[in-house]
Design a protein around this ligand. Structure first.
Ligand code: NAD
Ligand code: UDP
Length: 323
């Protein structure tokens, strides 16, 4: 028992989601106790199913846009990762998205302040909107349409960053902000609408890959283990300004579709669909700050990461089919 009491304790909001569950695994491996808080609005209990019975892990089903009550716990870190994250999810859940970015951030910062814990905000490259500067550096303020359909997510995260810096400056909380760029890997939902599961799912089903617009828009995809490594390193740093974490390897969405077809040996064709409103035309992280401050850079090659992800979805779709 005394040995257990000495372990650092981390809260992970959104702990049953894609990134939150990988972060939880990493924190447990680093010797933390973890309390995952999630209302399962876009998460999946299966992502944390392997942790059932782990004495260092606790799950609380709760909406963090409401007050978070953890009176007995001493906390060292609060990681605020709860938020719908895929464009389909936040378009379907505009008000919960705004609330978890605003009220959820306020509540989790209040928790960190009360417990004298460090606070780590999962922010996003969407803070840069449809960027006019390329690649994106942290000192770029962005080009966001506040009243467009993506505004509910982008502005919630921009508010969350402002609130985090205010708690840092005014209350002297030890805060960090990670601007996460498109990340992929096992535990994404096959039908969450993001391009990686969308294309792999379509290729597995032998259906056409739906490229939006002419496919010339770019994204830069980071494998999940690299991202989590950068976030863990940031949590151990004393750096308070935002840090981009992502993989600078940029490609067009058309190239990405072609790569998926090639790597999977799929017979699928490409079908062009209308480009969603305010879809960013380019996105690529400048990671010089992360390299300098954290000594971090991604290690996993695209082909290696995507093969692991394809394998995960192949197995997931088989077990869904056998149910
Ligand atoms: P996800 O949807 O898999 O996970 C989000 C989790 O938050 C889900 O388990 C969901 O149920 C939970 N949640 C949402 N609202 C909640 C609330 N009010 N109370 C409690 N739980 C709530 O998405 P993800 O990809 O794992 O994203 C995690 C975080 O990282 C998000 O904050 C997202 O904005 C950020 N992010 C992710 C990416 C990416 O590429 N995956 C990119 C940029 C930013
Ligand atoms: N996209 C696409 N087909 C799909 C899903 C997405 O062409 O079936 C495009 C989308 O328009 C965007 C890019 O892929 O340009 C990445 O979309 P995603 O939803 O993964 O995340 P975003 O980077 O836009 O937040």
């Amino acid at each position: 028992m005394p040995a257990r009491a000495k372990k650092p304790v981390s809260v992970v909001t959104g702990g049953a989601g894609f990134l939150g569950s990988h972060l939880t695994d990493r924190l447990l491996a680093e010797g933390h106790r973890v309390i995952a808080i999630d209302n399962l609005i876009t998460g999946n209990p299966a992502n944390i199913g392997h942790l059932a019975g782990n004495a260092d892990f606790r799950f609380i089903k709760h909406n963090v846009s409401n007050f978070i009550f953890l009176p007995e716990e001493k906390l060292d870190y609060v990681f605020h990762f709860a938020s719908p994250a895929s464009p389909i999810d936040y378009l379907e859940l505009p008000i919960p998205t705004l609330k978890v970015g605003a009220l959820g951030t306020h509540n989790t910062l209040g928790l960190a302040k009360d417990k004298k814990a460090a606070f780590i905000l999962a922010s996003t490259s969407e803070c840069y909107g449809d960027p006019l500067v390329h690649p994106q550096k942290e000192d770029y303020w962005g080009n966001v349409n506040p009243i467009g359909p993506r505004g509910v997510y982008d502005e919630a995260k921009r508010f969350a960053e402002a609130m985090t810096m205010a708690y840092h400056r005014y209350h002297k909380i030890d805060t960090k902000i990670v601007r996460i760029f498109n990340t992929y890997g096992p535990r994404m939902r096959l039908r969450d609408g993001r391009v990686v599961p969308a294309f792999i799912g379509q290729a597995l089903a032998g259906k056409p890959l739906t490229v939006f617009g002419d496919g010339s828009q770019t994204r830069s995809f980071c494998y999940v283990s690299d991202l989590i490594d950068g976030i863990f390193k940031l949590s151990q740093s004393k750096f308070h300004e935002p840090v981009n974490i992502g993989n600078p390897r940029e490609m067009t969405i058309k190239q990405f579709a072609e790569e998926i077809i090639r790597i999977m040996g799929a017979k699928s064709s490409i079908e062009y669909k209308p480009l969603p409103e305010d879809d960013p035309k380019v996105r690529q992280p400048d990671i010089s700050r992360a390299k300098k401050i954290l000594g971090w850079q991604p290690k996993v090659e695209f082909e290696e990461g995507i093969k692991k992800t394809i394998e995960y979805f192949r197995n997931a779709s088989k077990s869904a089919g056998s149910n």
